[in-house]
Design a protein around this ligand. Sequence first.
Ligand code: HAM
Length: 409
Amino acid sequence: MKFRAPKGTDDILPPASRRWRRLLRVWDGITERYGYELIMTPIFEATEVFERTVGEATEVVQKQMFTWEDKAGRSMTLRPEATASVVRAYLQAGSPGIMKVAYAGPMFRYEQPQAGRRRQFFQVGVEYVGEDAPGADVEVIEIGHRYYREIGITDVEVGINSIGDPESRAAYRRILLEYLEQRRQELCDDCRSRMDLNPLRVLDCKVDAPKLADAPVPVDWLNKASGDHYQAVKQGLDEAGIKYREEPRLVRGLDYYTRTVFEYTSPSYEAAQAELGGGGRYDGLAEALGGVPTPAVGFSLGMDRIVLALEGTEEIPALDVFVVLADPARRGQAEELTARLRSDGLRTDRLAREATVRAQFKAAHRRGAAAVAVVGEEMERGRVTMRSMADGSESEIAIEEVGEWLKSR
Ligand code: HAM
């Protein structure tokens, strides 16, 4: 075949897409229960939206953006993430007070592709905009935690840290630079350039980690307001029964963060790209876009990685029942039964064309049906034969009972 999907992108077809559908449904359910409404923003923005927020010195902006000039000579970029767009939309809507929103969609980063690191990848996320209280941080962290548990990643771990407000950060930055200056010669090239642009990221460096084990960390330089906020977030997590690990070296890769930052991992998912999701506060982002100061907190979860982490777990049936026509003269009855079950909310399908019973069973299996309803001569007595695809057991039941029979399984 001549054409293939571009490098670092994926087609998601059945049966793999069954899992995606389920994951998105659970996502919708949880965020709705917590009072987060849907937000949809464009998939591309003016490049400056990301430069000013994600940060000119970050890897994302320096190396990973899909940027082009439109026909009018404006620089546009496929969104590498959604938080900047959400805040841009919030400001454009006139800063409507508190806004709690959830999103789901593709993001684009020009990365060196590997498992769990794609050029087009899918994130779900929430943003709690306009709220300064530590309770907002706690709520957001709780939503992610709950989501992982509900989809079956029950051993999710939360790592948290505070990188402080701008005042704390300025104080910390001075101390850190002093420390790094004394070691400049020992550092890797990346860290040396980070020192000048974004010294905090040095804490993240895998190469230099052993040499920097005694580096000062941001939590030790928090001012009172930032320290109190961090204490309150931890207390709130304790009260909500959410276990977390304090990670003083957690700094994250985007520049807009202030105060709370956090990441989700799962010990049973050991991978090169192990971070299943992350987020934090970004109280300065609205101002970076020219808006009024607006505190906010949120996270995004990497769906591609979540799907990898769930690989090998229970298969998801795509259909509750497949209707098999054993007696071609009863097509009308089979159609009626199919229509009734669909109205009942049961995922029901059948073949459109005529085929042998064997071929229909094969189709039922391939389509991932949990059960089959055989419409044959037993219809004479108002009955159908139900067969469980899991264990092959069969029972003949009255046609009115089919819905109940399926739901009770
Ligand atoms: P991020 O850490 O850049 O944060 O991305 C969040 C998650 O998206 C990561 O933890 C990872 O699971 C997934 N992810 C990132 N890049 C890729 C990739 N190339 N391929 C596959 N998965 C990837 C953000 O994007 C922020 N917007 C999070 C946030 C929301 N902070 C506040 N609100």
